[in-house]
Design a protein around this ligand. Sequence first.
Ligand code: PEP
Length: 252
Amino acid sequence: MRNKIIAGNWKMNKDLNESVELINGLKAKLATLPKGVQAIICPPYISLAQAKDLLKGSPIELGAQNMYHEDEGAFTGEISPKMLKSAGCKYVILGHSERRQYFGDTDASINTKVKKALTSGLIPIICVGETLQEREKNITNQVITTQVKGCLKDISAADIEKSIIAYEPVWAIGTGKVATPQQAQDVHKLIRGLLTQLYGSATAEKVVTQYGGSVKPDNAKELLHQPDIDGALVGGACLKADSFAAIVQAAE
Ligand code: PEP
């Protein structure tokens, strides 16, 4: 039985003071989590160390929104997995569509980061998803297949079992247009099938897959109870303690 994992991607929102306020709100609302449900927050880099301290004693876990694939060196502006670990991160989001769209992430560079995250002891949340144009051209399955295979190239079965795959249709991110539970389930089933092809069904059955794209308290339950959807990657709705907590509760 896979756990349900709800992760909040704060993106470039919340300064230090606002982060304290949101984390304190979340701690109050999520002092205990429903059985079999995990909650992760991914604040901006500058809030991570502070979040680590604030989350002591809380079941809420910490993740980052990106990383570079080296431990240290002359890479101005970048953050390494070693730094993320020292700031209390257990997870890292890799290949978010905004990173692909604005910052040049590709399946190959994401694959490099996934490998580095895993050897560094971080759990990658690997994002894939088609654009609206690709969905309208009926090439969603091809796009997802290419992304999954590219991002997972040379990743072992032992490592994929620890990893999380987030299906985030680009047309549903931040648009209020959520995929129907059936549309989301269909792509999650495709991903589970790809994992079965690559690693066999025993391994594929262990991998947690999240849906992301305009998840809100009122649509979370139905999405989260599809057979192949094991959680959510939440953007907008994770910026308020009430709505993120309600999504976590909906996963029960
Ligand atoms: C996201 O950024 O990963 C996301 C799913 O955003 P939103 O929930 O706002 O659509």
